[in-house]
Design a binder for this molecule. Structure first.
Ligand code: HAM
Length: 419
């Protein structure tokens, strides 16, 4: 037997309804917020990710699925969705559209990480990217989208953590201050922190090791280093969050693991998923478009990890409103199979989901099957039904039956379906 690669998952027929439920809810919310879908390839030139995410990040330095194609080009399976959207925005001159432009995607992403619950090598993101303005109102709109999406999906106990990591100017002063603070303590810190000290000192703030965490708790705070413009942006955003009733905590330790962020960064976090509790992460990235060759463009966005929200929804017992067939049409004996097929075709044409027996099983076995597939109603076709042109529609959950003329089956089922 050949097994599935480590860190990947099949979505089985028993689970796909849940994915569809989540995806369709998210698409509906996207419609409410006037966002349109964008689809980009699964792989891109490696350079795109190196330039945008940053070669000092874990994602680029350790986690990318990079390979040479048969033409000798280095390509990478997308580890996230933001950089490809920026590439597409520039390449297709989307700035010629009316801005701000809100784009969303549902995409597989690939990161070579150590798999564990909620951390996969192939996972899926729903992302929103808003292009074309630096106003904090768009940060708010983005966060409000994510908040309403998570609440709308029925999840509880998720908290929004918000921070500003400033612009390159104020961040430079801050990273200098961080280096001065951490330098004398570096010997006590973990190997990863030692490595990050030079290339990405901000990441020293979100190390999970207890010793590093306690050292980091005394580190200088970014809030004390923000320039006036960055501070005003952050204050406006938090006042908008207050006025919109979106609960949040200010969290100096939210720094994000990707280099393109400027000013606002945020995460929605739950304590119910152990170490992989971040269900959504995002922020502003005003320099990314120019980094990949376009004009300076204010942008803000987020991505929700779909496997993580699925896990949380299952844990919290959220009702996925699972789809079930409306009717299963059974034949008293295989001779009525053709008649059953006709009825099923009429039901399907009328928009009723229907199926019928095609393997010649006994009526008892057909009832068992109807029960297993959770059909709402059952119809049995036999000699007397054909002769009288009357059938019984059986409610398979409470056993009640009602008579119906052959020609009225679809209309009657439609009435039942629409309640
Ligand atoms: P990220 O924080 O790297 O941000 O990923 C976003 C979300 O994807 C995480 O919060 C998590 O739920 C999920 N995720 C990340 N890695 C894994 C994994 N290995 N297994 C399962 N789920 C995972 C970004 O990717 C940014 N592009 C978000 C963004 C969009 N920022 C601005 N616009």
């Amino acid at each position: 037997m050949i097994n599935i690669p480590k860190g990947t998952k099949d979505v089985l027929p028993t689970e796909s309804g849940r994915w569809q439920y989540i995806e369709s809810k998210l698409r509906r919310i996207a419609r409410l917020y006037n966002a349109r879908e964008i689809r980009t390839p699964v792989f891109e030139h490696t350079e795109l990710f190196v330039r945008s995410i940053g070669d000092g990040t874990d994602v680029v330095s350790k986690e990318m699925y990079t390979f040479e194609d048969k033409g000798g080009r280095s390509v990478t399976l997308k580890p996230e969705g933001t950089a490809p959207v920026a590439r597409s925005f520039v390449e297709n001159s989307l700035d010629a559209m009316s801005l701000p432009l809100k784009m969303y995607y549902i995409t597989p992403c690939f990161r070579y990480e150590r798999p564990q619950a909620g951390r996969l090598r192939e996972f899926h993101q729903f992302g929103l990217e808003v292009y074309g303005a630096t106003s904090p109102y768009l940060d708010l709109d983005c966060i409000s989208f994510a908040y309403n999406a998570l609440v709308g999906l029925g999840m509880k106990n998720i908290m929004l953590h918000v921070n500003s990591i400033g612009c390159p100017t104020c961040r430079k002063n801050y990273t200098d201050a961080l280096r001065s603070y951490f330098k004398p303590k570096l010997d006590e810190m973990c190997d990863t922190c030692k490595e990050r000290f030079e290339r990405n000192p901000l990441r020293l703030l979100d190390c999970k090791s207890p010793v590093c965490k306690s050292i980091a708790s005394g580190a200088p705070k970014i809030a004390d280093y923000l320039c006036d413009d960055c501070r005003a942006h952050h204050d406006k955003l938090t006042s908008l969050l207050d006025s919109c009733g979106i609960p949040y905590v200010r969290d100096d330790n939210i720094v994000r693991g990707l280099d393109y962020y400027t000013r606002t960064v945020f995460e929605f976090v739950t304590e119910e998923l152990g170490a992989q509790g971040t269900v959504c992460g995002g922020g502003r990235y005003d320099n990314l478009v120019s980094e990949v060759g376009g004009k300076p463009t204010g942008c803000v966005g987020f991505a929700i990890g779909l496997e993580r929200i699925l896990m949380l929804m299952e844990k919290q017992g959220v009702d996925f409103g699972e789809e079930r067939p409306d009717v299963f049409v059974m034949s008293q004996s295989p001779v009525f199979a053709d008649e059953c097929l006709k009825i099923v075709a009429g039901l399907r044409a009328a928009g009723i989901s229907a199926d019928t027996e095609m393997t010649g099983r006994s009526l008892k076995a057909q009832f068992k099957y109807a029960d297993k597939i959770k059909a709402s109603y059952g119809i049995v076709i036999g000699e007397s039904e054909i002769a009288s042109k009357q059938i019984k529609i059986k409610n398979l959950s409470d056993g009640t039956e009602e008579e119906c003329a052959f020609g009225d089956i679809a209309a009657r089922m439609k009435e039942k379906k629409n309640g």
